[in-house]
Design a protein around this ligand. Structure first.
Ligand SMILES: CC(C)(COP(=O)(O)OP(=O)(O)OC[C@H]1O[C@@H](n2cnc3c(N)ncnc32)[C@H](O)[C@@H]1OP(=O)(O)O)[C@@H](O)C(=O)NCCC(=O)NCCS
Length: 340
C-alpha cells in the first residue's frame, strides 16, 4: 500500500528526498548532499513562500520507505494587472522498482489539485504524456537563441536549425551608460522590475529579492551580473552563467531585463557578448520568449538554436483559469523553472 504524504520544506522532507535520490536515482552520498543544499534553497529560503503559499514536497511512501517524490516550489507572478501564484513542479521521481503502478500519476494529481497555478518546464516524455492526460496544457515555446563567438561556437551552432528570422547585425550605439560586471546583484532591481513588468506578458516576478535569491552569492556556479546605469540609476540588468566545459565554453543568458524599445537592450546584450569574448566563450545561448525581445536579439546576430523547451500550465484557481488565453504568451528566460 503506497501512501502519498504532503510535507512542508522541513528536515523530514529533505531526508526523504535525499534517501530517494540515493536509492531511486543512484545518486552518490556527496552528490545527494549537493542536491539537499539546492532543495533547501528552493523550499526553505524561497522568497515567494508566505502564509497563503507554502512549499510542498509530496512523498510516496511504501511503509516508511520513500519511493516517489515531487517538489512544489512557490512562485508569484503577474499577468497585466492580475497577480498569479502557484508552484513549479520540480524533480518528479519514482523509484524504478515502483514505476508503472500509478505513483507518478498520483503525485501529479496532488500538485494539480492543490496548487492554484501549476507550472512545469523541461519535462521528459513520460511525464509530459501523463501531465497532458491530467489536464495540463502545453504552451508552445520558440527555440533557444544562440550566438556563436568563435569558430568552435560556429560548429556547435551549425547543429542548430537555420534561423527564419532576418539576421541584420547592428552594434550597440554610443550609449553613455556605465557598465558594471559583478558577482552580486546591483541596487535598484525593484524599481527596474516595476518599470518593465507592465510591458511583459505573463511572467514570474523578478523583484530584487527574487533575483538575489536565484543568483546572489552564486559566483562559484559561474553566475555574473552585467548592469547598465544611467546617472547611477539602473536601466538594464542581465545575469549570465559561464559554463566552461572540456571542449567548449558557453555563456548562458539567464536574465535579460531591459526596455526592448530603447537602445538599452542592444547595449546590454553587447556588454554580455563583450564579457563573453573576454572569457573565451564559444557560444552564447538563451531561452527567450516575446516577439519584440527575440526580434531585438536576432538583429544583434542571434539565431534560432536547436532546443525547444517544453512548458506546461494548469490553472485550478477559477480567477486565473478565466484569464485564458493569457497563458499563451509568457515572458520566460533560463531563470524560470523553479529548478535552479
Ligand atoms: C516519469 C515517472 C515519474 C512516471 O512515474 P510512474 O509512477 O511510473 O508513473 P505512472 O505509473 O503513474 O504512469 C506511467 C505509466 O504507467 C501507466 N500506469 C499508470 N497506473 C498504472 C497501473 N496501476 N498499472 C499499470 N500501469 C499504470 C500509465 O498509464 C503510464 O503509461 P504511459 O507511460 O504509457 O503514459 C517515472 O517514470 C520516473 O521517475 N522517471 C524518471 C524521472 C523523470 O523522468 N521525471 C520527470 C521529470 S520532468
Amino acid at each position: 500500500m503506497i501512501e502519498i504524504e504532503a510535507m512542508g520544506g522541513g528536515e523530514a522532507a529533505l531526508d526523504a528526498l535525499e534517501s530517494l535520490a540515493r536509492t531511486g536515482a543512484g545518486v552518490s552520498g556527496e552528490a545527494s548532499r549537493g542536491r539537499r543544499r539546492r532543495w533547501y534553497r528552493l523550499l526553505v529560503t524561497n522568497p515567494f513562500a508566505g502564509e497563503t503559499l507554502q512549499p510542498v514536497v509530496w512523498v510516496a511512501l511504501a511503509g516508511r520507505r520513500p519511493v516517489g517524490c515531487l517538489l512544489g516550489v512557490p512562485f508569484r507572478g503577474r499577468a497585466g494587472e492580475v497577480s498569479l501564484e502557484g508552484h513549479w513542479g520540480v524533480d518528479l521521481l519514482v523509484d524504478p522498482d515502483f514505476r508503472g503502478r500509478g505513483i507518478g500519476t498520483r503525485l501529479l494529481k496532488q500538485w494539480r489539485d492543490s496548487s492554484p497555478l501549476a507550472l512545469g518546464l523541461g519535462i521528459t516524455g513520460t511525464a509530459l504524456r501523463l501531465e497532458l492526460s491530467l489536464g495540463w496544457r502545453q504552451v508552445p515555446l520558440p527555440p533557444r537563441l544562440v550566438l556563436p563567438l568563435t569558430a568552435r561556437g560556429g560548429l556547435l551552432a551549425r547543429r542548430c536549425r537555420r534561423s527564419p528570422l532576418p539576421v541584420a547585425r547592428r552594434g550597440p550605439g554610443p550609449s553613455g551608460l556605465d557598465v558594471v560586471v559583478s558577482t552580486h546583484g546591483p541596487r535598484g532591481l525593484d524599481q527596474l522590475y516595476d518599470r518593465l513588468a507592465p510591458g511583459w506578458p505573463c511572467h514570474v516576478c523578478r523583484t530584487g529579492a527574487a533575483l538575489r535569491w536565484r543568483y546572489a552569492s552564486r559566483w562559484r556556479d559561474g553566475f555574473l551580473w552585467v548592469s547598465l546605469l544611467r546617472r547611477r540609476t539602473l536601466v538594464g540588468a542581465a545575469v549570465v552563467r559561464i559554463d566552461a566545459g572540456r571542449w567548449r565554453t558557453k555563456m548562458w543568458i539567464h536574465e535579460l531585463m531591459a526596455d526592448v524599445t530603447s537602445t538599452v537592450l542592444p547595449c546590454l546584450v553587447g556588454e554580455c557578448v563583450r564579457l563573453g569574448r573576454s572569457l573565451d566563450v564559444d557560444l552564447v545561448e538563451g531561452r527567450v520568449t516575446g516577439r519584440a525581445l527575440r526580434a531585438a536579439l536576432s538583429a544583434l546576430g542571434f539565431r534560432n538554436g536547436r532546443r525547444e523547451d517544453t512548458f506546461i500550465v494548469h490553472a485550478r484557481d477559477p480567477a486565473m483559469a478565466r484569464l485564458r488565453p493569457w497563458h499563451r504568451e509568457w515572458f520566460l528566460t533560463l531563470g524560470d523553472s523553479g529548478n535552479l
